[in-house]
Design a protein around this ligand. Structure first.
Ligand code: CAA
Length: 291
């Protein structure tokens, strides 16, 4: 089946990036959120990021304008049900995701493919609560979506081949590359990346290094584009903690225990860039390490 329109649920960090790349690739996009303010902010951010691509001569002004014209925002989830492919990119909480798919259910076309951008929650479990587990998949983008090359495609136990093929075609049309992952906690990227970040937090917690030396060590010593603590702030410390908990619960191995210091930062509401404070303080002109 050919995908022409895409519904994106959740206009946050990931949702706005997904709407951006889908519109640029020629899909008609319905972007949905429960808050008008989130939709307005998303459109402003997509416009800024498209402008940046125009100024770097990655796209033309005409491509920017047609992409923006393809994005329709809506507070009404039923409008998303009319699309060919839905990408759910709401808060990383399983109860929230179940509620979204439940409220979307009655408005879906028979052939609509459902996907979730979840970074770690079981696709099989999310799918089992819908009326179409065979048309349900994980469609996991990396942040920042317009820049990162990879999309993880995760099949649930019931996902059928035409659904996988349709999603793979979308990934290719986006000019991105798909990695297939089996449906086990946190899939591939986060199974490896988030324990590394958690280990960096342990390294900080145990006083092996401070924020600056840990990040510098991994940037210059392992050629990572960002240090692990800077990256944790970028991803969101609440998201990192949630993924560690999914690994810990789902794989029942103590090697995945979240670092108490990560928990403490989250308890403080220091969630990284989005709250202006995490392992760095972003309130001034330059980020300042908090330890
Ligand atoms: N939209 C459009 N373009 C963007 C952008 C955005 N949101 N953000 C950055 N860019 C573009 C810039 O315009 C720039 O383009 P050119 O190459 O044409 O100049 C390019 O990306 C690089 O950006 P900058 O020069 O501003 O900054 P940088 O060189 O420091 O790179 C970065 C920024 C791409 C984010 C880089 O630091 C990086 O790759 N960091 C690691 C990111 C990462 O690991 N992401 C995965 C997180 S894990 C995840 O997402 C999974 C999960 O479930 C948690």
């Amino acid at each position: 089946m050919e995908i022409k329109s895409v519904g994106v649920i959740g206009a946050g960090q990931m949702g706005n990036g997904i709407a951006h790349v889908m519109a640029l690739a020629g899909y008609d996009v319905r972007l949905n959120d429960v808050r008008q303010e989130a939709l307005d902010q998303a459109v402003a951010l997509i416009t800024r990021n498209l402008d940046r691509q125009v100024s770097r001569e990655k796209i033309s002004a005409h491509e920017r304008d047609t992409a923006l014209a393809r994005i329709k925002t809506t507070l009404d989830i039923s409008a998303v049900g009319e699309t060919d492919l839905v990408v759910e990119a709401a808060t990383e909480r399983e109860d929230v995701k179940h509620k979204i798919f439940e409220s979307l259910g009655p408005h879906l076309r028979p052939n609509t493919i459902l996907t979730s951008n979840t970074s770690s929650i079981s696709i099989t479990r999310l799918a089992s609560r819908t009326d179409r587990p065979e048309k349900f998949m994980g469609f996991h983008f990396m942040n920042p979506v317009p820049v990162m090359q990879l999309v993880e495609l995760i099949r649930g136990i019931a996902t059928d081949q035409p659904t996988y093929q349709a999603c793979l075609t979308v990934v290719n049309r986006l000019g991105k590359t798909a990695a297939s992952a089996e449906d086990f906690p946190a899939f591939i990227v986060n199974r490896i990346l988030i324990p590394m970040i958690n280990e960096a937090v342990y390294t900080l917690y145990e006083g092996v290094g401070n924020v600056k030396s840990i990040d510098m060590a991994m940037k210059l010593g392992a050629n990572h584009p960002m240090g692990p603590l800077e990256l944790a702030d970028f991803i969101g410390l609440d998201t990192c903690l949630a993924i560690m908990n999914v690994l810990h619960d789902g794989l029942a191995d103590t090697k995945y225990r979240p670092c108490p210091l990560l928990t403490k930062y989250v308890e403080a509401g220091w969630l990284g860039r989005k709250t202006q404070r995490g392992f760095y303080d972003y309130r001034g002109d330059e980020p300042v390490p908090t330890r």
